[in-house]
Structure formats: structure tokens, C-alpha cells
Design a binder for this molecule. Structure first.
Ligand SMILES: Cc1cc2nc3c(=O)[nH]c(=O)nc-3n(C[C@H](O)[C@H](O)[C@H](O)COP(=O)(O)OP(=O)(O)OC[C@H]3O[C@@H](n4cnc5c(N)ncnc54)[C@H](O)[C@@H]3O)c2cc1C
Length: 453
């Protein structure tokens, strides 16, 4: 069932009597638990039209590297196969979606989008909606609770969002997937499309022969995401509450790259985790729903989410007051990128990111706090973090990334006792890592990883 709060109109054009219904899949790259797809199937069946699902490979998508494209194409192969099994056509094109959809819209009865939160993708959807002659509708399927259904404003913290989410969540958590077979099946839409093999060839142009851009330890696709979720529930979840912060424990689910590309649904994950009644399951749902959807709330309601301007006023003030505090170490973006600092814990975290495409959550906090400490200005620190996070994290260019970076500057947090450079913004140091964890074990693991790769 597609809840009505997930669906919104993007233009005021009429539904036309075209040849097909077009679903432009971009944010929700999956065939299962995908409300945009369910909605498109429903419309196509109601109108007795065939459904065409389009995927556009966008060259130069923000700062994406080959390993991001590869992960995406791996996922699409499986998605395409499942969707064709439902009786829809799945076509892949490379290029500007505005141009591609302009052409396809001429024969469309109606167009369905999945929902975008980032500026760049919102602008593309707006342009397409304005230039098309038929109705365009978008469906918000990558969060458990649609952002506006939880709150109509930017929330101050997890504590203010949590009760709002709790009040409505049951409506969205228990929803069942309802993909029905298409009445009007189509096998050859007579529209030029790349085959999955050609798509694989196409993305080879993004290869750099630099392993940090080309290789990751993740294989994309719904089946891999499902396997990770099943393994997590079986082998790791019981330790999650106690050990999720420990970078040596590896009890995280590793689902963030799959969530970022929309290869698995957060509703599906939440439904599976909810079946486990434990403190750890509650802790996991807190991260998956409250923290993740707080990040979506931030990006939806704060236009400056990727800029220093989004830092709260109290934090900007205190950081400005400490601008002239002496900085013992100051590193350039290149030194940071190459993991060339005096701090072996920080270097290990950066190396983990370079080598695997995913840094442990606790080390991301430490990593960000240290970039603030070692940059000439907080503005420069913010820019460096956005660059490194988006370029290297497999889950980068995501609402949780921008919120995570902003958290390092005091967002969704509270003022703490004053410190040099940070003022009242929370500070983290290496002694904390040594006190809480067997941090040398983490350092050794990353060293072994580097040697072995
Ligand atoms: C500086 C910084 C940068 C970050 N950049 C990103 C990013 O680019 N993309 C990204 O998805 N997350 C980012 N995070 C949040 C968090 O670190 C990752 O979501 C988490 O490490 C992903 O690993 P996992 O899936 O194994 O997490 P698990 O611990 O298994 O958590 C499950 C899911 O809950 C959500 N989640 C967990 N922690 C957070 C959090 N703190 N904020 C929001 N959602 C959360 C994620 O969707 C995650 O996949 C960042 C955090 C910080 C401090």
C-alpha cells in the first residue's frame, strides 16, 4: 500500500492518453518495497497502459567515482531483471535526464518520480516537471516516515523529532508490499536502451587506475543487501547496543551504501528488525529511523545543508570567538586526503575510508572533529569534510553525510564546556579512543588491510 503522504504532485498538467506510464527510477534503485514503483504499477493498471521504467546514468554525478558507478550498475542488473519479470520494460540510458525524459514524455500518459532531497536532484525534477506536457507525480519511498508527515519544520535535535516520529510510525511500518502483475505487459518498448553489459562498458570511462577511486569492498544489489541484513540480524545485532561505537568490533550492519543507492528499503529493514525484541533492536531502529530521518529533515528544511552556513548560530559564534586560538597542527586538504597527519588513529580512519569506501561511524566523528582542530578556519574544515566524505564514502552525497558533518560543528547537539579552538562545540581526543577501545587493534586491522590490498 502506498500511503497518501508519500505522494505529491510536481506539476498541474493533465493525465494524457499516451502510449505508456513512465517511471523514472533514480533514488529508489530497487524492485522490492519501492512505493514509487508500486504507485506506477497501480496507475498503469488503472489506465490499462504498459509501464516503462527508465534509469539514467548521469555522467559526472557530483563527485562520484568509478566504484560508486560500479556499485550502482551491479544493483541495476538485478533490479532490471525483477522489474521485467513483473511485465514492465526497463530501459537504461546515459546522459542528461532532462533531455532523455523530454523525448520520452511525448508518448507518456503520466510520469512518476521517486523523491529527491538534494538540491541538484530537486532542480532536475523541477525542470522536467515544468517542460513536460503530462502530469508528474513524485513518491517518497526512501524513509520510513515521509519527512513532512513527521514534521513541518527543521527539527532542533533527535529529542524533538523522536516523539513526532513515534506518534505516526505505526502507520508506515506495517505496510506490506503490493506489487501486482501488470495487466498490460510489454517486452520490447521499441525505445533505444543500453543493455546491462553496455552500461558496464559505459561506466569504465570513470576508471582512474587509482584503487581508492576504483575499488571498494561492497558489491551492489538487493540480494547482497538482504544477505547483509540477514547476517547482521543473525550474528551481530545482539551486540549492537553495547558495541556499535567500538571501531574494533565490526558490529555495524554495513547497510548504508545500499540505503544510499536505494537498493534496499528502510521500511523493509525496520520491519525485519522490529521482529527482534531486544534493546539492541531498539538501538538499531533509533539509528535507522530517528537519526537517519533527522538527517532527511535537516536537508529538506535547511537549504544550506552542504555549507558552513547551516551550522547553528550558537556554534558559529563560539567557533568565531576561538578563530585566533593557536593551532598546533594545520594540514592541507591534500595531506588529509593522503592520510599524512601526525595522528595514527586519524590516519587509520582515513585509510579505512580510502581502502574500503566506508569509515566506521565512531571514527567519522573523531575524523570530523580533528579536521576542525587542524584547519585554519571552521569554514575550510567544513568544505574539506564535504569533499572527502562525498568523494570517498560509498554512502556519501547523502542527507546522513551532510547532517553528520554538521553534527561535528554542533548541529543536533548542545553546547559543552569551553575548549581551545572549539569553544562550546563538543571536542574529541585520542585519549578518549584509548580509554574506551583497544584502538591499537583498529590501527593494526587497517595496516593489514593496506598491506593485503
Ligand atoms: C562526519 C560524519 C559523516 C557521515 N557521513 C555519512 C554519509 O555520507 N552517509 C551516511 O549514510 N551516513 C553518514 N554518517 C552517519 C553514520 O556514520 C553512517 O550512517 C553509518 O556509519 C553507516 O554505517 P552502517 O550502515 O554500518 O551503520 P549502522 O550502525 O548499522 O546503522 C544502520 C543505519 O542507520 C543509519 N545511521 C546510523 N548512524 C547514523 C547517524 N549518525 N546519522 C544518520 N543515520 C545514521 C544509517 O542509515 C545506517 O545505515 C556520517 C557521520 C559522521 C559523523
Amino acid at each position: 500500500m502506498v500511503e497518501k503522504e508519500r505522494v505529491s504532485l510536481c506539476n498541474d498538467k493533465e493525465v494524457k492518453n499516451g502510449k505508456y506510464v513512465l517511471y523514472w527510477m533514480q533514488a529508489s534503485q530497487r524492485a522490492h518495497f519501492n512505493p514509487a514503483l508500486e504507485y506506477a504499477v497501480l496507475v498503469a493498471n488503472t489506465m490499462n497502459k504498459p509501464l516503462i521504467v527508465l534509469f539514467c546514468i548521469m555522467p559526472e554525478y557530483l563527485t562520484a567515482s568509478f566504484r560508486h558507478y560500479q556499485f550502482m550498475i551491479e544493483g541495476l542488473q538485478e533490479t532490471a531483471q525483477t522489474i521485467r519479470g513483473y511485465g514492465a520494460a526497463f530501459i537504461i540510458k546515459a546522459g542528461d535526464p532532462c533531455e532523455i525524459i523530454k523525448e520520452l514524455s511525448e508518448s507518456s500518459s503520466m510520469i512518476v518520480f521517486d523523491f529527491a532531497y538534494l538540491d541538484f536532484m530537486k532542480a532536475v525534477r523541477k525542470k522536467i516537471s515544468a517542460q513536460t506536457a503530462c502530469r508528474v507525480v513524485q513518491v517518497e519511498g526512501n524513509v520510513v516516515v515521509p519527512v513532512a508527515a513527521a514534521s513541518s519544520k527543521e527539527e532542533y535535535s533527535a529529542a524533538t523529532l523522536r516523539p513526532k516520529v513515534s506518534a505516526v510510525i505505526s502507520k508506515y511500518l506495517n505496510s506490506e508490499e503490493e506489487i501486482t502483475e501488470l495487466k498490460n505487459k510489454i517486452s520490447d518498448p521499441q525505445i533505444e536502451s543500453l543493455t546491462e553489459q553496455q552500461a558496464k562498458e559505459y561506466i569504465k570511462k570513470f576508471r582512474t587506475n587509482n584503487r581508492y577511486f576504483d575499488e571498494s569492498r561492497f558489491i551492489g544489489g538487493y540480494s547482497h543487501a538482504r544477505q547483509k541484513l540477514d547476517d547482521f540480524i543473525k550474528y551481530k545485532l545482539h551486540n549492537y547496543a553495547d558495541m556499535k561505537n567500538d571501531p574494533t568490533s565490526e558490529v555495524q550492519s554495513d547497510l548504508s551504501p545500499y540505503l544510499h543507492f536505494g537498493q534496499i528499503s528502510p521500511v523493509y529493514i525496520a520491519n525485519q528488525i522490529t521482529k527482534v525484541l531486544s534493546e539492541s533492536a531498539q538501538e538499531y531502529l533509533e539509528e535507522l529511523i530517528v537519526r537517519r530521518e533527522l538527517a532527511h529533515n535537516f536537508v529538506m528544511y535547511n537549504d544550506d545543508y552542504a555549507q558552513y552556513n547551516s551550522v547553528p548560530a550558537w556554534a558559529k559564534k563560539t567557533l568565531a570567538e576561538h578563530l585566533s586560538d593557536p593551532r598546533e597542527h594545520c594540514y592541507s586538504q591534500k595531506q588529509l586526503e593522503d592520510a599524512q597527519t601526525h595522528d595514527e588513529y586519524w590516519n587509520s580512519a582515513q585509510n579505512e575510508l580510502l581502502l574500503t569506501g566506508k569509515m566506521h561511524n565512531y571514527m567519522r566523528m573523531y575524523w570530523g572533529k580533528k579536521i576542525i582542530e587542524w584547519s585554519e578556519t571552521p569554514q575550510k574544515a567544513f568544505e574539506t569534510m564535504v569533499y572527502l566524505n562525498d568523494r570517498y564514502e560509498m554512502d556519501g552525497r547523502d542527507p546522513s553525510g551532510y547532517a553528520g558533518i554538521c553534527w561535528c560543528f554542533g548541529k543536533h547537539d548542545r553546547p559543552w564546556s569551553p575548549r581551545s579552538i572549539f569553544g562550546n562545540v563538543r571536542y574529541m581526543n585520542d585519549k578518549g579512543l584509548e580509554r574506551k577501545f583497544k584502538i591499537q587493534k583498529y590501527v593494526q586491522r587497517i595496516k593489514d588491510l593496506k598491506k593485503g590490498s
